[in-house]
Design a protein around this ligand. Structure first.
Ligand SMILES: [Cu+2]
Length: 142
């Protein structure tokens, strides 16, 4: 293969990744995504963090099974975070996701229900990211 073809391959690859994210976002909005259990018994999923969205934005996990969310920022400048405070369900999460970086959160949900997570970042007098739609739902099933 010639070296000239490589950039085209990268572009096509990035387009496919973007397309799969868009499809995930579309299906996530309608019914949510069941977080799969990995071989090590952990419910694990990547969540794309962008301005101003989480993709997928409705995550479904089982209670009393350890979970791990890998938050991947795809922004260049804007910092985000992931905040979910519901101590009665074993959830006390506040994690920064700097631009272009990845943050991993681990928790074990202890109570079924629906819990809202948000980005609480805000720049000066602009609306908060939550107000701009940067919200999601963690659904915990028995
Ligand atoms: Cu944000």
């Amino acid at each position: 293969m010639s070296a000239k073809l490589k950039p085209a391959g990268v572009v096509i690859g990035l387009m496919l990744v973007t397309l799969s994210w868009l499809l995930a976002a579309f299906s996530a909005e309608s019914q949510g995504v069941i977080v799969p259990v990995s071989a090590d018994g952990v419910q694990r999923m990547e969540v794309m963090v962008d301005s101003y969205s989480y993709t997928p934005n409705r995550l479904i996990v089982k209670e009393n099974v350890p979970a791990e969310l890998i938050l991947k920022s795809v922004t260049w400048i804007v910092p985000h975070n992931f905040v979910l405070k519901s101590p009665d369900a074993g959830l006390e999460i506040e994690t920064d996701v700097p631009p272009g970086e990845t943050a991993t959160i681990r928790f074990t949900p202890t109570r079924s229900g629906e819990f809202k997570f948000v980005c609480t970042k805000k720049f000066l007098f602009f609306p908060s990211h939550e107000d701009l739609g940067m919200v999601g739902t963690l659904e915990i099933r028995k």
